[in-house]
Design a protein around this ligand. Structure first.
Ligand code: SF4
Ligand code: FES
Length: 357
């Protein structure tokens, strides 16, 4: 039986003040004139709550770029949902934060790029360090729980101890140290982002020590190209969460536009419940029936769900294939070739994220 979704990732806009090379949003961004309006977002939230959604992650791009963010967030709160603002911190003023808290904001996830200000500025493509410090101060002073999210890659992994210290100084309750996943724009920058095996070997004990001593809850997302078994991506396809993009496309995973053969439904045409339970895009890889060997007969298939469908498609052209990260995959050599050919002594320059306005 298909369970209802727990969470909704509401990508309110693709507009963003940063230019991060690891951005997982698609190459083609939704332009401002094609963004959903406020009543449509309210209607989507109504449907999501009816469907069972309890957590709403307001994301982007930068959700603070939407003047109607307070109204959308307030509506999610009014429906009884836990609300999480996923932000760069740019645009978060005392007044705006107070308004969001009044409307029911429960939690903030703030991104930082590095502990070293010069590298952080280079990765963000803009001066954001002081904005982020001020944003963290506002959030913690208001008593809101704060998660700091750091995307890790070759250019910042060596600074991991300082990054952990910075998150502690900023008053984070939770720290997500997430090695880069190669979707959307990040795939373009894979050779510049892939860490070296030596960097990952050095990072593991640093993370373990911090997890043992820190008052923060520290989550470490592994660099999956370097693993022997794949990540249990999305806890399985269309299992717990749905994503609505700025123009209303409804996706089983935020990167699902990578599957260029997948028909995509839009919330302005089709009810959310119908999309969740019946659409081809959501049912295609749900559960285990779609699997072929080696996953079909593998005891791990309910643990890692065969890995990531988007990665399987990107690397093999067929989403029913085992994620090539798995050493049992007949395509595993593709990962080994990428690691051998793309991790070069001289790291290539980043191609900075082109943003829409
Ligand atoms: Fe996971 Fe499939 Fe590999 Fe088994 S064969 S470990 S289910 S990806
Ligand atoms: Fe889409 Fe893994 S990123 S299923």
């Amino acid at each position: 039986m298909t369970e209802p979704p727990l969470g909704l990732l509401a990508e309110l806009t693709h507009r963003c003040p940063l230019h991060c090379p690891y951005c997982a949003n698609p190459l083609d961004l939704v332009r401002r004139e094609n963004e959903l309006d406020t009543p449509t977002w309210r209607h989507i939230l109504d449907q999501a709550r009816d469907l069972g959604v309890l957590q709403v992650h307001l994301s982007g791009g930068e959700p603070l770029a939407r003047p109607d963010l307070p109204e959308i967030l307030g509506h999610a709160h009014h429906l009884g949902c836990y609300t999480n603002l996923v932000t760069s911190g740019l645009g978060l003023t005392p007044h705006r934060l107070a308004d969001l808290i009044d409307r029911g904001l429960d939690h903030v996830q703030l991104s930082i790029q590095d502990a070293d200000p010069a590298t952080a500025t280079r990765i963000a493509g803009t001066k954001a360090v002081e904005h982020k410090r001020r944003a963290a101060d506002l959030i913690t002073t208001a008593g809101l729980p704060l998660t700091i999210n750091v995307v890790l890659h070759r250019a910042n992994l060596d600074h991991l101890p300082a990054i952990i210290d910075l998150a502690e100084q900023l008053g984070a309750d939770r720290l997500e140290l997430a090695n880069t996943q190669y979707y959307g724009w990040a795939l373009r920058n894979r050779a510049a982002l892939l860490p070296t095996p030596a960097q990952l070997a050095a990072a593991a004990p640093v993370v373990a020590a911090a997890q043992a001593r820190s008052r923060m809850d520290i989550v470490y997302v592994l660099a999956d190209y370097h693993q022997a078994t794949p990540k249990p991506c999305m806890h399985g396809w269309a299992a717990r969460q749905l994503t609505v993009t700025p123009n209303g496309d409804v996706l089983p995973c935020p990167a699902a536009t990578a599957l260029t053969d997948l028909p995509v439904e839009n919330a302005t045409h089709t009810p959310l419940a119908q999309i969740w339970y019946q659409s081809r895009s959501f049912t295609a890889y749900r559960g285990t029936d779609w699997m072929r060997d080696p996953c079909r007969s593998c005891p791990r298939n309910t643990i890692d769900h065969g890995g990531c469908r988007c990665q399987a498609f990107q690397l093999t052209g067929d989403a029913t294939n085992t994620d090539p990260v798995c050493t049992l995959s007949p395509h595993h050599h593709l990962i080994q070739t990428i690691l051998t050919e793309e991790i070069t002594p001289q790291r290539p320059e980043f191609v900075m994220r082109q943003v829409t306005t």
